[in-house]
Write a protein that binds this ligand. Structure first.
Ligand code: NDP
Length: 330
């Protein structure tokens, strides 16, 4: 039996749904050609659903959740990775159907891993995490659809959350004027420190609206969905683009086709989980060069494995500001 390590394990059986810290052996991990000694992971909205059981994220039990991880290769039979290489992983169903990042070790398929960018350490990479990498995918989608800083401001919804905070920081660094929509007006100073030039109350966008409204922004990064996304579309100016990546308000989209057929607005869907490897590497390369590391520090807070159940409840309640980084050895 190999040496034991700590993991947060989720079980669902006759005793109910529960997440507990357990000692596991490496033999209990699933198949893969690379064993990673994890240094850091992080808490995304999806991890909150997985740990708390409030959303059907986990497909088999027991499961170690955690859709993100960063660490060093400890064993490898892949020609692509050598012992000691620093790596990171986002998505690919890890933490859902394959044991994930809320542990000191993970055994993974090498094709899921990408090299840790040289200018980032594992803690910084996880402060970015899936949320930040998704924010970059949104920025890339807006650029792909012709959005440039001279076209007008960009609205970021769910601004005080993880995707929102990184999106504001990236966009402001690229020279965009950023309008932040938040339900936490008390976080205005924080949002301004990230680069937002205008803060609006999310209540303005959260209820039923008209099919088309005044043209207020050239583009949108939306992590909220539902009524908010419908209103964001209705106020996007002619030829603009909206990147939709989330559903914090809801999965529905009570919109009309008016913004598309009368203003030529493009709605770009963003998926981080199965995004192709080349796109991931490009996104991480840009994050490594363009993310302001001082802002990243102000966005993130460090927790340990024992703090995860409480952190899961907090992210679902919408009370986490920015990003939570998990030091799996704390
Ligand atoms: P966070 O919980 O960190 O942020 C979500 C933010 O949305 C909250 O902080 C809050 O911001 C706002 N919000 C919460 N509830 C509501 C509500 N009822 N109505 C309006 N706004 C609300 O989550 P993440 O940033 O990690 O993820 C955001 C979304 O993006 C999630 O839905 C997640 O599942 C999705 N996502 C999708 C990915 C993909 O691949 N497509 C990848 C990563 C995330 P505020 O307090 O400022 O209003």
């Amino acid at each position: 039996m190999s040496e034991l390590f700590r993991a947060l394990v989720v079980n669902k059986d006759e005793h109910g749904y529960r997440a507990q810290i357990q000692d596991w052996s490496r033999d209990q991990l699933m198949d893969g050609d690379v064993l990673v000694r994890i240094a850091h992971s992080t808490v995304n909205y999806k991890d909150g659903l997985a740990v708390s059981g409030k959303g059907p994220i986990i497909r088999q039990f027991p499961m170690i959740p955690g859709i993100d991880l960063a660490g060093a290769v400890e064993e490898s039979s892949s020609p692509d990775f050598a012992v000691g290489d620093k790596v990171l992983l986002n998505g690919y169903g890890v933490g859902e159907k394959h044991h994930g990042g809320f542990a000191q070790y993970a055994r993974l398929k090498s094709e899921w891993l990408i090299p840790l960018p040289k200018t980032l350490d594992t803690e910084q990479a996880m402060a970015i995490g899936t949320a930040g990498y998704t924010a970059m995918l949104c920025v890339m989608a807006l650029e792909h659809n012709g959005v440039t800083p001279d076209k007008g401001p960009v609205l970021v919804t769910g601004a005080s959350g993880g995707v929102g905070g990184v999106a504001i920081s990236l966009l402001s660094g690229l020279g965009y004027q950023v309008i932040a929509s938040t339900g936490r007006m008390q976080e205005s100073e924080y949002l301004q420190s990230l680069g937002a030039t205008e803060i609006i109350d999310r209540a303005e966008l959260g209820g039923p609206g008209k099919p088309l409204g005044k043209e207020r922004w050239a583009a949108v990064v939306d992590s909220v969905g539902s009524q908010t996304l419908a209103n964001a579309l209705a106020h996007t100016s002619y030829g603009g683009a909206v990147a939709a990546c989330g559903l914090a308000q809801g999965m529905d989209l009570p919109a009309t086709v008016a913004p598309f057929i009368l203003r030529g607005v493009t709605l770009a869907g963003i998926d981080s989980v199965m995004a192709p490897r080349e796109k991931r590497i490009l996104a991480w390369d840009r994050l490594a060069r363009e993310m302001d590391l001082a802002k990243l520090t102000s966005i993130s807070r460090l927790i340990g494995l024992d703090d995860l159940p409480e952190a899961a409840e907090a992210i679902l309640a919408g009370t986490v500001r920015g990003r939570l980084v998990v030091d799996v050895n704390l």
